[in-house]
Design a protein around this ligand. Structure first.
Ligand SMILES: NC(=O)c1ccc[n+]([C@@H]2O[C@H](COP(=O)([O-])OP(=O)(O)OC[C@H]3O[C@@H](n4cnc5c(N)ncnc54)[C@H](O)[C@@H]3O)[C@@H](O)[C@H]2O)c1
Length: 370
């Protein structure tokens, strides 16, 4: 093995319900064609079959064996390593470690790399030369959030106040679209109208996905109201939000802003708004622009209801792993965007995307001791 032929070791995801993958068989094939060595841990929960990886030439190994991988292998995965394990990490890991923004337990996570003399190359912070993320799951987060929001609206028209059930990942995007479209059409036939969907942050990745899903199930363009910076420049809160059936918040919150909605606004009896999907999920951020709810929701219990005096309660969805609803397409899209950076691992010392990531790691380690 030469330095120009990197070895990627795909770690099996262990987080509950996580079916996405950091490497798809298609991207693995391209990497193999470019001289990479690829080892894939067998997985019973991922969206792709082990055989799909074997068919393109990857070497299969048992789940969780990354700990014994050769020292020069890059361990690649999406989500956190198993919790309650504080052993040092000697390898180079490519993953979302969620420890650079001083999240709970960040020093424990980062400290493992430092103790093991390993290296964290965090996927969230890989940027192109314009400072944009090279790969992100935003589009499918918005797409999935819009799907759940529209389906909840349909559910309310068809089933009244019956609780909205748990949701499960769909094996293919087309199946999700067909399912929601059918329910939406039945609901529209009953009520005589289609919902109005307002997408906030519509020019971004999540916002684009949210509007696209609404289009794909047949909601006409005039019912999809798209707001971004220009429309919110006057400063919130915005009464206009109350005039739409479904509000999908997709903004990237980078600085404190006035709220878009307040609890007091929800008591308005003639409010049209009945479903709120907070894709951005800045639930615990002190500057959350939608401070009308306080807890995240999950695939098992997707909806929480905010009480609003004598007005109808508002159904709120605040799931922080929405792309898991479409693990196949979300993985394909993410991995395709990541591919050029992975190919650049052949010459990592001279590849800016990776040298920046390495520099950031060392800065974060320093900050632990500051
Ligand atoms: N829930 C999930 O599963 C999930 C998954 C992926 C991303 N996210 C989150 O979604 C958010 C958006 O991510 P993205 O990749 O789409 O970001 P992005 O940068 O591509 O888009 C954000 C958009 O919000 C707009 N915006 C920012 N502030 C605004 C304001 N005050 N008023 C109106 N528009 C405003 C921006 O102009 C931009 O168009 C992030 O917070 C991200 O962490 C959530």
């Amino acid at each position: 093995m030469t330095a120009s032929a990197p070895h990627l070791w795909l770690r099996a995801e262990t987080k509950k319900n996580e079916k996405r993958t950091a490497l798809t068989p298609k991207v693995a094939k391209t990497l193999l064609d470019n001289g990479f060595q690829i080892t894939v841990e067998k997985s019973t929960q991922g969206i792709f079959e082990d055989q799909d990886f074997a068919d393109v030439g990857c070497t299969l190994v048992e789940t969780g064996t990354w700990r014994t991988a050769p020292a020069d292998a890059y361990i690649i995965g999406l989500k956190e390593l198993p919790e309650n394990d504080f052993t040092p990490l000697p390898h180079k890991h490519i993953m979302f470690a969620h420890c650079y923004k001083q999240q709970g337990g960040w020093k424990d996570v980062l400290g493992r790399f430092e103790k093991g003399n390993g290296l964290l190359l965090d996927l969230e912070f890989l940027q192109d030369d314009k400072g944009r993320r090279v790969a992100a799951f935003g589009y499918y987060a918005g797409f999935a959030g819009s799907a759940i929001g529209i389906d909840i609206w349909a559910h309310k028209q068809l089933n009244g106040s019956a609780p909205y059930p748990s949701v499960k990942p769909f094996p293919h995007e087309d199946e999700l679209i067909a399912y929601v479209k059918e329910r939406l059409n039945t609901a529209a036939a009953k009520t005589g109208r289609l919902p109005r969907v307002m997408v906030m942050g519509a020019l971004g990745r999540c916002g684009t996905g949210a509007a696209d899903f609404a289009r794909r199930v047949g909601i006409p363009e005039e019912n999809i109201i798209k707001w971004d910076m220009a429309e919110t420049a006057k400063g919130g809160p915005f009464e206009e939000i109350l005039n739409h059936d479904i509000f999908v918040n997709c903004i990237y919150l980078s600085r404190p802003i006035p709220p878009f909605l307040t609890e007091a606004m929800l008591v308005k009896k003639d409010r049209v708004l009945s479903v709120l999907v907070d894709v951005s999920c800045d639930t615990t951020n002190p500057h959350n622009p939608i401070p009308v709810y306080h807890d995240a929701t999950t695939f098992d219990a997707p909806v929480l209801q905010t009480l609003a005096g004598d007005a109808e309660p508002l159904d709120v969805v605040a799931i922080d792993h929405l792309p898991t609803l479409l693990p196949r397409e979300a993985s394909e899209s993410f991995c395709t965007d990541l591919l050029s950076s992975l190919l650049a691992l052949k010459d990592r010392e001279n590849a800016r995307v990776w040298t920046d990531a390495e520099k950031l790691y060392h800065e974060k380690v320093q900050s632990m001791h500051a």
